[in-house]
Design a protein around this ligand. Sequence first.
Ligand code: HEM
Length: 226
Amino acid sequence: MHPREPALTSASDFSALIRTASQEQHTEAEGSAFMSELLGGRLGLEAYTRYTEQLWFVYRALEESAGSLADDPVAGPFVRGDLFRLPALERDLTHLHGGTSWRDGLTPLPATAAYADRIAEVARDWPAGYVAHHYTRYLGDLSGGQIIRGTAEKTWGFARKGDGVRFYVFDAIANPAAFKREYRALLDAVPVDDLEKQRIIDECKRAFALNTRVFADLGARFRLPA
Ligand code: HEM
């Protein structure tokens, strides 16, 4: 596992609790065969393209529902247009496919469909659950996502921060370290009681597990050990 920077929060803050509680699942997701092979530069461009397609379904679910949550007291503060990844993913996919034909007949893998369905469900019925999914994806993309970008640029020859890896480039976030600090402060201030916080942590673990299943589905397609 990659060393994680020490958190600048007190151990009982919610941001610290959610981070610690999901550490095991993080290690598991990171260590999945698909991710290890991808980061080891041992997979072809096709695998990277399939993975990027799956992300498109996940971010469509996260961002299509964001508008309806903007005024929600719990999820609303997390909804920020400067994080949105869908336009960048669409540019990457157009580049990877050499045109806009990638939309034709694109279907999610079963694990991706389950993941996107769960996001849509919490966005509709349980805004605090949406926060768990928001955290799991966007804070991860701002962190480990940068390692994936570097590997992708090197392995498949994308221009630095250019087409193919725009998903990992947060143009609108000038200072990612400061942004992560602010994000953790938002988590610490989330207006729910301890029981609900525990439920958010459980949903975060579920979000990690859903990601790991997407990797397993992708790994099976590329005949990797589970
Ligand atoms: C091989 C893949 C991955 C690598 C190399 C990686 C690496 C990292 C690193 C280095 C950090 C440290 C951030 C910090 O201390 O500020 C981090 C944080 C994080 N990662 Fe990953 N990660 C990977 C996969 C994932 C996946 C699949 C997810 C979930 C979808 C994820 C979610 C997160 C989250 C939520 C954080 C923020 C933790 C916090 O500070 O609260 N990561 N990752």
